[in-house]
Design a protein. Structure first.
Length: 495
């Protein structure tokens, strides 16, 4: 079993990585004697990011590592005891704080395998167990899964635009703090990035690391040629020269000069990097210079605020770029800085009793939650993803007819398929791992396989065809009944 260095990333007590209202609600459950009532929560998003049709599930491994290690330390409890309410009295009763000190996470956790493609409204995580525990972990799960899913999705889009050329994640210096940088490196690798510049991510997570030198190296020396020669003397097996400090094409010529000197000593010029200017034009000119000088294998690396749109445009312009270094716009998800995932209650019951399904209403149909103990069945035809169906695990799969989640007036659609598989899989039972855990490599491979199986129309950057996701007949009927009952009750109350 491996946790991919996650214990090293998320060691120590992180129980207070939560919003205060989770703890106040927890106190309410405890005070009412309802801490042990069983509840089911689902973590999902309502709209795929970046105007696309899909997201890449990530952050699952860190989320599981967090849940396994959930403990309120003595220092945590001591701090909570200092909090005061509006009257100046202790916010939390001593008995509740002692309950927190003794708390161990025992919920059952089902999740999509990391790297899977996921779509709007379907659970990425399902937490089932004592309501106090399930409530307290909401905030941490959301921050872990929301961020890494967002970055993994961005990475997948960038790698798709790169048409098989390696994408190097260069974003640590622009990331949202040290933890944001580590999480982004991890998620970008799952999404398809070939390597990272983040050495700590390399050590903790086993991600390949890449990098050569910066403009400051060239500026430090008397001239560019001297800088390249000195670097080659120090690291002859790692020579990709940054050529745009002064004049880019002169920089390519200097790199070629040092390339010949390297070759005479039994080494090869690995490549050059372009970091400014007209990347399409400069890459074409640089390729011609390198080829004419006898360096057809030298790679041209491009960077400079790249994203999927810019990379696609570079190819349309005939750019001769072999590797893309992508930083800021990848690790910050520059054009959409948050996924907007939510964590909603699906059902509650007394231990061993019958489930009472729960629903959240809204004037916005997209925000009306789906009730029950939800599972996702993925349908395929000849290996291609054709649809996903949400159904209630307690009632079983009611058939593949897809009832629209946001518009209940639409008639159901029944897709043609030849294979079906439940997407949520057991990950934790009584707070402990179930079976072997995914590695980053397996999550990365899964992402690539799922993207290959997704309809090309749903992979498009612009105006993608939505992947069909709907409710089965039972969940659809229960949702309509609960909506009608809740509205009738509100009407009777004069609301």
């Amino acid at each position: 079993m491996t946790t991919d260095g996650l214990d090293a990333m998320y060691g120590g007590s992180l129980a207070l990585c939560t919003d205060l209202y989770q703890l106040t609600m927890g106190c309410g459950y405890w005070k009412a004697g309802e801490s042990e009532r069983e509840a089911v929560f689902h973590l999902f998003f309502r709209r795929a990011p970046f105007g696309g049709a899909y997201a890449v599930a990530a952050g699952i491994g860190p989320a599981l590592a967090f849940l396994r290690r959930l403990r309120f330390s003595g220092e945590d409890v001591t701090y909570l005891a200092t909090l005061r309410d509006s009257t100046g009295a202790a916010l939390f009763p001593a008995g509740y704080l002692e309950a927190l000190r003794a708390l161990r996470f025992t919920c059952t956790v089902d999740a999509v395998p990391e790297g899977s493609l996921v779509f709007a409204h379907e659970p990425i995580l399902r937490i089932r167990g004592p309501v106090l525990q399930a409530q307290l972990v909401e905030t941490a799960l959301l921050t872990l899964v929301n961020f890494q899913t967002l970055i993994a999705t961005k990475s997948a889009r960038v790698c798709q635009a790169a048409r098989g050329a390696p994408v190097l994640e260069f974003g640590l210096r622009r990331a949202q703090g040290l933890d944001g940088g580590l999480g982004a490196s991890r998620a970008a690798y799952i999404g398809g990035a070939a390597a990272t510049s983040n050495v700590l991510a390399g050590r903790l997570l086993g991600i390949p690391v890449r990098g050569t030198h910066a403009h400051s190296w060239v500026m430090f020396h008397d001239d560019e040629l001297a800088a390249f020669r000195q670097y080659a003397a120090a690291l002859p097996g790692n020579c990709t020269f940054l050529v745009d400090t002064y004049d880019t094409l002169d920089g390519v010529r200097h790199a070629i000069t040092v390339g010949h000197e390297l070759r005479a000593k039994g080494h090869e010029l690995a490549g050059i990097r372009l970091d400014s200017g007209d990347l399409a034009y400069l890459s074409i000119q640089a390729r011609a210079l390198l080829d004419a000088a006898g360096f057809p294998a030298a790679r041209i690396v491009a960077s400079n605020d790249l994203d999927e749109t810019t990379i696609a445009s570079l190819f349309e312009q005939g750019a001769r770029i072999d590797v893309f270094g992508v930083g800021t716009k990848l690790v910050t998800a520059y054009d959409q800085p948050a996924l907007g995932g939510v964590y909603k209650l699906g059902a509650v019951r007394e231990p061993g009793g019958a489930w009472r399904e729960a629903i959240k209403l809204s004037e916005q149909p997209i925000k009306i939650s789906n009730p029950g103990n939800l599972q996702v069945r993925r349908l395929r035809k000849n290996g291609e993803l054709v649809a996903d169906v949400l159904y209630d695990s307690e009632h079983g799969f009611a058939g593949p007819a897809l009832h629209d989640i946001e518009d209940p007036t639409r008639p159901p659609v029944t897709p043609v398929f030849d294979d079906a598989q439940d997407l949520l899989r057991p990950m934790l039972a009584a707070g402990e791992y179930v079976g072997e855990q995914d590695t980053l490599e397996s999550a990365r491979a899964r992402c690539a396989a799922d993207l290959a199986a997704l309809s090309p129309r749903s992979r498009r950057f612009l105006n993608p065809q939505p992947h069909p996701v709907g409710l089965d007949a039972h969940v659809h009927a229960r949702k309509l009944a609960l909506v009608a009952a809740a509205r009738a009750k509100a009407h009777e109350a004069g609301v």
